[in-house]
Each structure stands twice: as C-alpha cells, then as structure tokens.
Design a protein around this ligand. Structure first.
Ligand SMILES: CC(C)(COP(=O)(O)OP(=O)(O)OC[C@H]1O[C@@H](n2cnc3c(N)ncnc32)[C@H](O)[C@@H]1OP(=O)(O)O)[C@@H](O)C(=O)NCCC(=O)NCCS
Length: 208
C-alpha cells in the first residue's frame, strides 16, 4: 500500500513535498504532549463494541492464461460491466495472444479451483515500447471482476499476476488509462499504488 501525507500543518511547511513518515510521527507526538486534555478525555469512555466477526476468507482463485473456451464468459462479463458487447474485439485479442512471434499480449483469467468453475475475472495487457516516446512498459488494457466476488482481493491479485509477467518480460513500469469519471477504477488503481503519469491524452472529433 502507498502511504501519503497531507502537508497542511505549520510544522511541516518547512519541508518541501511530502513529509517523511518519521518526521510526521514526530510532529504528531509533539502535538499530543502539548495538548493532553484535548487528546485524552478525563471522563471514562465507554468500552468499544466487540469487533465484528471476520468475513469468511474467499476461496483461492486460479489465475491462468485465457483459452478459447473462456471467450463466451469473458464477452459476457465485459458486456455486463461496460454495457457494450464486443465479441470481435475479444476474439481478436485472444487470437493475438496465441501468436508465437514477438511479445504477444497477455490475457489472464481467474476461476475458482473447482472443476468446470465459472469465470471470476480477467485482465488484458501488453508490453509496448516507444509509442509516444515512452520507454518499454507494461500496459493494462482492461480488467474486470465478476460483481459477485468483488472487494475480496481478486482484482488486486489479477493486477499483480499481470505485473509479474511484465517483470518477466523485462519492464519495470506499468501504465493504464482510466476515464476521468470512473471512480471505481481510479480507486482500484490508486490502491494498487498507481499515480498520475507523465503523459496527457489529446483528442478531437474528425467527423466520421
Ligand atoms: C475495479 C475492479 C477490477 C476491482 O476488483 P475487486 O476484486 O473488487 O478489487 P479488490 O478487492 O482487489 O480491491 C483492491 C482495492 O481496490 C479498492 N476498491 C475496490 N473496490 C472498491 C470499491 N467498490 N470502493 C472503493 N474502493 C474499492 C480498495 O482500495 C481495495 O482495497 P481494500 O479491499 O484493501 O480496501 C472491479 O470493481 C471491476 O471489475 N470493476 C469494473 C471495471 C471495469 O469497468 N472494467 C472494464 C473496463 S477496463
């Protein structure tokens, strides 16, 4: 997880940029010792309610390369998530992945480990070099997790599995693009440690 610190308090304004954790901890400790009455109530406080029972652990997922038999489920999940069915696109992407020459795209799916298990999610990415002057890096083109198993870590696992394969192909950077108003994907990628990159997308209508 990436930690960031708000540089808002007066003590930290002497430090340009983010405050290192050790210094921030020091600032917080000093504040606590200067204003004890505000920090530690003199009245007894009520006991904390018992912590809720931990959620049942999600069964382990199997993450493996996509196969032709996965296509219908991939197309269905993407259509459910994006509201648009794109059969030809997914068929072409999978066909590109099985080519042996060069560095084909990487297309991974997650299923539960049971036999004949349904598709839980997928991620599509590729290592690209020098477009827009960008050094070789891994691009994540698409990621989706079945709504029934979200928020249990599967999306993060898929992204990490893709990052591992990018590393195996010799790159040390991962990039993606997200619609500005796609809060869910922004939160997800931010939680994975991704931040705004150095490139800016430009666009205009050309009348077609
Ligand atoms: C984004 C998506 C892949 C996340 O999958 P997921 O399995 O639910 O994600 P994870 O459980 O691994 O979550 C990882 C982190 O992302 C963030 N996150 C995920 N879902 C979130 C939500 N609903 N609200 C806020 N933060 C969220 C959290 O920080 C989470 O970490 P935490 O659980 O420790 O808080 C999934 O929601 C999805 O498929 N959304 C649709 C994506 C889409 O539109 N794809 C098509 C175009 S590419």
């Amino acid at each position: 997880m990436v930690l960031s610190y708000e540089n808002t308090d007066s003590q930290s304004s002497v430090f340009p940029g983010p405050v290192p954790r050790m210094l921030k901890d020091t600032v917080v400790q000093r504040e606590a010792s200067q204003q004890p009455s505000q920090r530690w109530p003199s009245q007894p406080v009520e006991a904390e309610p018992p912590a809720p029972a931990p959620a049942p652990a999600r069964r382990r997922a199997l993450i493996r390369p996509a196969r032709a038999a996965d296509l219908p489920a991939i197309i269905r999940l993407d259509a459910e998530v994006t509201g648009m069915a794109k059969e030809d696109y997914w068929r072409d992407q999978l066909a590109r992945c099985v080519k042996r020459r060069g560095a084909p795209p990487l297309f991974l799916v997650a299923t539960s480990t049971e036999a004949g298990a349904p598709l839980l999610g997928f991620v599509l990415g590729e290592v690209r070099a020098w477009e827009f002057g960008s050094e070789p890096c891994g691009w994540v083109y698409a990621i989706a997790v079945n709504p029934s198993v979200r928020q249990s870590g599967l999306g993060a696992e898929l992204l990490e599995a893709m990052a591992l394969r990018f590393r195996d192909r010799g790159v040390g950077k991962v990039r993606t693009m997200v619609a500005r108003d796609d809060r869910l994907l922004l939160l997800f990628f931010r939680a994975a440690g991704m931040t705004t990159g150095p490139y800016l997308e430009l666009a205009k209508d050309i009348g077609n």
